[in-house]
Design a protein around this ligand. Structure first.
Ligand SMILES: [Zn+2]
Length: 130
């Protein structure tokens, strides 16, 4: 006799556990965010225009945070999620912006720079880092 797991549980009088099912919109938005992130990473890696990259990076940080908020909004999130997610996004964004620098000489993107010390010198070309 073939029976699905769910109907077996129902037959035993147990309610099936609620399955976590994000909406289609949330999945699509998450995919858009992932593609956006990949393009941003490629751009930051390939471009040597430090001035433009700094602007793009700042704008992208806000766009990325908005996408994450949108995904949470579209998902079955618990009430009050906004109060938890918002500060986390602000902190992550702040750390990202503080630890990502751009070399003014060769234009490379320098990730994971020390957060509280002022910019030093580019490990690739020795130029000044902004
Ligand atoms: Zn450099």
């Amino acid at each position: 006799m073939r029976q699905s797991f769910q109907s077996l549980l129902l037959a035993q009088g147990q309610a099936p556990k609620p399955v976590f099912e994000p909406s289609r919109e949330a999945i699509v938005l998450w995919a858009v965010g992932a593609v956006f992130g990949l393009f941003l990473a490629a751009y930051l890696y390939l471009s040597r225009n430090a001035v433009l990259k700094r602007k793009v990076f700042l704008v992208s940080s806000f766009v990325g945070a908005t996408i994450v908020l949108g995904v949470f909004y579209l998902m079955p999130s618990p009430p009050g999620w906004f109060l938890f997610v918002m500060p986390v996004l602000v902190i992550i964004g702040y750390i990202n912006i503080r630890t990502t620098r751009f070399c003014q000489s060769c234009g490379r993107t320098l990730f994971r720079q020390p957060m509280f010390t002022r910019p030093t010198f580019c490990p690739y070309c020795g130029g000044e880092v902004s």
